[in-house]
Design a binder for this molecule. Structure first.
Ligand code: PLP
Length: 385
């Protein structure tokens, strides 16, 4: 049998998948490990897609996305994210995953180094490897609330570094980066010919104040910033698979060619749904964000009552809980909690070595499951103190 490519073998295994498989095999388990909204896609969005399908207008969309959706995404970026953007800056992609992967393909040569946050979304190392790059973790420190500190990242930028991925609000910590640190990072990256790839997947899931969208910190044309957006979390549309990449116009045109060569486009029906999401009433999405905030408050009150420390999330859909008092590694903690208390969490080390000592609890579950799961987690820690 022929050999598999080295690219295939370079993709690291996900520690998240292991917990999900165990949860599925455990009857009655409380699922606090999930990163998928428990809400339905708002009916108006689904209805728009169904109406389009009923008219049987299912031909190929342009590789860059439907023109009206690119224009709607550009309007949304200008209105919500606060920086001027035109349809020609936008490629509609298969989720933020598609946008991030195309951004990497546009940014790096095989063997180039990409700095990724640690702890950070487990998808980054895998997609850097798939794009032929080499990932190098940059530390986010618990004592700094897991916010990016320019002084921790800058020394890691070397001659082979070609891109830095930043994510705020963060999965898994819910941390929101400071604009001043990001500004320094963009200037440093620009001086060294390095791209800044901003993962804005949770741009609208913000609880207190605002999150500094990286695109607001540099002019779009001629800047090193490539911004990946998603409809997955804002509109409970994970399975529709729509996102978009915002880039300078000349890069955008190249990205369209890469999309043509790889997947052709996002599905037309999903793009119609996305158009209804961006241009329609925003009340259903706003209600979901209110629910995540309420769950954040419920979860942190329960953790406070149990005297368990955590990182107070400013956005996204997770609480990063400090379990060091239990005296177990994050993996052993998560596996034993699942076995003894039927509560599934994600061990912090699945997000990088700096996630050790923490587990991620998702807010994307029913309020009652969250409360019961955290109460069992509290008993579990108390028994080990
Ligand atoms: N980036 C982060 C930080 C995520 O947490 C996720 C999904 O959980 C993604 C990207 C992928 O999002 P999408 O569904 O838009 O591909």
């Amino acid at each position: 049998m022929p050999n598999m490519s080295s690219r295939t073998k370079a993709i690291p295994l996900s520690g998240i998948r292991e917990m999900m498989d165990l949860a599925l095999a455990t009857p009655g388990v409380l699922r606090l490990e999930i990163g998928d909204p428990d809400f339905r896609t708002p009916d108006a969005i689904t209805a728009a897609a169904c109406a389009w399908a009923a008219e049987n207008r299912m031909s190929y969309p342009p590789n860059s996305g439907l023109p009206e959706l690119r224009a709607a995404a550009a309007r949304k970026v200008s209105r919500v994210n606060g920086f001027a953007c035109e349809a020609a800056n936008v490629n509609v992609t298969i989720g933020a995953t598609g946008a991030l992967y195309l951004a990497l393909l546009a940014a790096i040569e095989p063997g180039d180094e990409v700095l990724v946050p640690d702890p950070g979304w487990a998808g980054y190392p895998a997609m850097v490897a798939l794009a032929g790059g080499v990932f190098k973790a940059y530390p986010l420190r618990a004592e700094n609330g897991f916010r990016l500190d320019f002084d921790d990242v800058a020394p890691l930028v070397g001659p082979r570094t070609r891109a830095i991925i930043v994510n705020s609000p963060s999965n898994p910590t819910g941390a929101v980066n400071d604009a001043a640190e990001l500004r320094k990072l963009i200037a440093h990256a620009d001086r060294h010919g390095v791209w800044v790839i901003a993962d804005e997947c949770y741009d609208e899931v913000v609880f207190d104040g605002t999150s500094a969208c990286v695109g607001t910190l540099a002019p779009l044309e001629g800047s090193p910033v490539l911004s990946a957006f998603s409809l997955s979390k804002t509109y409970a549309m994970t399975g529709w698979r729509v996102g978009y990449l915002v880039a300078p116009k000349d890069i955008s045109a190249q990205v369209t060619r890469m999309q043509a060569a790889s997947v052709a486009s996002a599905a037309v029906i999903a793009q119609r749904a996305a158009l209804a999401a961006l241009e329609g009433p925003q009340d259903a999405s706003a209600a979901m964000i209110v629910a995540y905030r309420r769950r954040r408050d419920v979860a942190t009150a329960l953790l406070d009552a149990a005297a368990i420390p955590y990182i107070r999330p400013q956005g996204a859909m997770y609480v990063f809980v400090d379990i060091r008092a239990a005296g177990l590694s994050s993996r052993d903690f998560a596996l034993t909690l699942l076995r003894e208390k039927a509560v599934c969490t994600t061990p912090g080390d699945a997000f990088g070595t700096n996630g050790e000592g923490f587990v991620r609890v998702s807010l994307a579950c029913a309020d009652a499951d969250l409360a019961e799961g955290l109460s069992r987690l509290g008993q579990f820690v108390a028994a080990r103190r």
